[in-house]
Design a binder for this molecule. Sequence first.
Ligand code: AMP
Length: 413
Amino acid sequence: MPFKALNLSDPVLRGVQAAGYTDPTPIQLRAIPVVLGGGDLIASAQTGTGKTAAFALPILDRLGAHRPGRQPRVLVLEPTRELAAQVETSFRNFARFTDLRATAIFGGVGYGNQRAELKRGTDVIVATPGRLLDFLKERTLSLQDISILVLDEVDRMLDMGFLPVVKDIVARCPKERQTLFFSATVPPEIQAVASFALRNPAKVEIGVARSVTESVTHALYPVSHDQKFDLLLALLAKTDFESVIVFSRTKHGADKIARKLKAANHSVAVLHANRSQNQRLEALAGFKSGKYEVMVATDIAARGIDVAGVSHVINYDVPEKPEDYVHRIGRTGRAQAVGDAFTLVTPENAKDVRDIERFIGQKIPELKLPGFNYNPIVPRPPEPFRPRGSLPGQIRHNSNFRRFSGGRRGGRR
Ligand code: AMP
């Protein structure tokens, strides 16, 4: 079925065409009629399914035209700054044949430009919770005219501890409104959040949220701990890639991998929460434009980031949570492009890998890189206990330390 059949208005359809979309994705087919009809919606859809357009298109349609002098009528809440920027860009692209305005509100950058845009008047704000609250408190912004509220990536928002702030923001919106709720998974605790924010929602579930996109081939590469980086280099050398995201569990680890890749003459961008907003934007823009061939990222920073043409994902570290495996792998093979995903596994990761396989309901094949000079894979002996204060780098990664020290973290992790 083409987009035309969905009853979207002409300017919005032209925006879709200009974006290069021809046919709606399954989530768009099912969500757009619900949103156009004014009803509440809970949608569980795995990342990369086209969910942004599933809410942005019918919302623009419902707004019609810009109303000068009015406070914003749509609020979209996002967990990260990158997602807020990305979703705002989508709104602007789809709205290019209308006079509707969208504004991104997020922290890490100055207040001046965002304040000026709010004062000029906007229809849609796409915001992270903290900066939004700042503007509400200084009364630059009011939510009194919000008629459509979108809570996007709710599972991640709760993981990041935003539940109290999200509740506060929902309570500041008018009771008479349409609420749209998007989450990769909707377990009972997320269902509970939905029940205070939504009224008789329609439910749309796309695919199984646990599944890995079919167009991605994925494999495990067993390796001993001390050869991880060498194997990463060898994989990069042997693979015909266009652009690669390398995932690290920690920010510190991401910096270290990036440093070593740069020393090996790769052009590398780094994305994690300790970098300044300008560094993060530069990293993303450089990666999108092809200036950097490799992006090293942590899970939270990379969640939902849409970069066309990511040909490979390499999990330098096995993700901590099985659902993060699905999100990471979702970076490649987006919208039916074919992508490869490799995961380096050491003996210490055996349980994590079993959890992932159980979660996605399939076994991941194990491969060896031909020509790579593998050392025998031996489990690392547990690191000895060291008193607090000595060699912090080792203590930070030593789970035994926490166990032996009675669960206390010694002030830093
Ligand atoms: P999202 O899940 O919203 O992050 O979208 C994932 C990717 O799919 C983005 O690159 C979109 O531009 C692309 N996309 C979304 N809807 C369509 C569509 N109907 N046709 C082609 N590409 C799409």
